[in-house]
Design a protein. Structure first.
Length: 273
């Protein structure tokens, strides 16, 4: 099946972001994409001062439009992420819609991006956001998909649990920056893909050098063998990758790590269903 990642240029005007995102989803569907992902924070500039201003409920205006476009195109839409308001708290949330427009799953970012690299970048999502507390997978006729958002990719245990639960594709809408992007963006994706013998896809916003937070770009798809199948540049664009599940099965057969794990010595366990 064909996967498309939309590397959207995010402006301060929410309605423009939504209109362009839906137009690009249409374009991807016309090119045969069956699953389409938007980037992290696709309807709002990324930053703690913006989250409260742009936050909305789910369902709300942004997710209603995603539901409509998923139904019109008859595809799965992974709605990147938006700032979500619920019961007085804010979350960084990804809503996924099926081909009939149904909300399939809502993933709230589990690991908040609180980092301090002296002289480079300091950022604290926890100033305004609360973390989610549940795993998020959804089923398609092609395969089971596991979801993370940006910083979630650094936590190998999450990907391992998704692999244990039968996921063959992991999708991380993400906005790495100009410090962590060149250092770890591709490395983390290839690591998660090889460790778990899954396809890994990351959808980033396009780079905007005038923004207060400059995204790295380079939306990518990596195979279970660790090969980079496709990688975007930094501008607004759609990248496509044909996901070959037969290839995934062959790799798992050739290097059968799942049956060779020493569960008598170690385990990664989920503490919630």
């Amino acid at each position: 099946f064909r996967l498309a990642l939309i590397q959207l240029h995010v402006s301060p005007v929410k309605s423009d972001n939504l209109t362009r995102a839906c137009g690009l989803i249409w374009e991807a569907a016309k090119q045969g994409a069956k699953i389409v992902s938007l980037p992290e924070c696709f309807n709002s500039p990324y930053g703690t001062k913006y989250f409260p201003e742009y936050a909305e409920k789910i369902p709300g205006d942004s997710t209603h439009k995603l539901s409509e476009v998923a139904k019109e195109c008859g595809i799965y839409v992974i709605g990147g992420s938006i700032p979500e308001e619920d019961a007085g708290k804010l979350y960084n949330t990804c809503a996924v819609f099926g081909p009939d427009g149904t909300l399939l799953v809502k993933h709230r970012k589990l690991h908040l991006f609180d980092i301090d690299v002296p002289g480079k970048i300091t950022f604290q999502e926890s100033k305004t956001l609360s973390p989610g507390d549940s795993f998020s997978t959804f089923d398609t006729p092609y395969c089971r998909v596991g979801l993370g958002i940006c910083y979630d990719i650094r936590f190998a245990e999450l990907a391992q649990i998704y692999a244990q639960r039968g996921c063959q594709l992991l999708v991380y809408p993400a906005a790495f920056n100009l410090t962590t992007g060149p250092a770890h963006w591709e490395l983390l994706q290839r690591g998660r893909a090889v460790d778990n013998q899954v396809y890994v896809a990351t959808a980033s916003p396009a780079r905007d050098d005038k923004a207060s937070y400059v995204a790295w770009g380079h939306s990518t798809v990596v195979s279970p063998w660790g090969e980079v199948l496709v990688k975007a540049g930094t501008e607004e664009m759609i990248v496509y990758s044909d996901i070959d599940l037969k290839k995934l099965a062959e790799i798992r057969q050739q290097i059968p790590i799942f049956s060779q794990k020493r569960s008598d010595l170690y385990a990664v366990e989920a503490k919630k269903p």
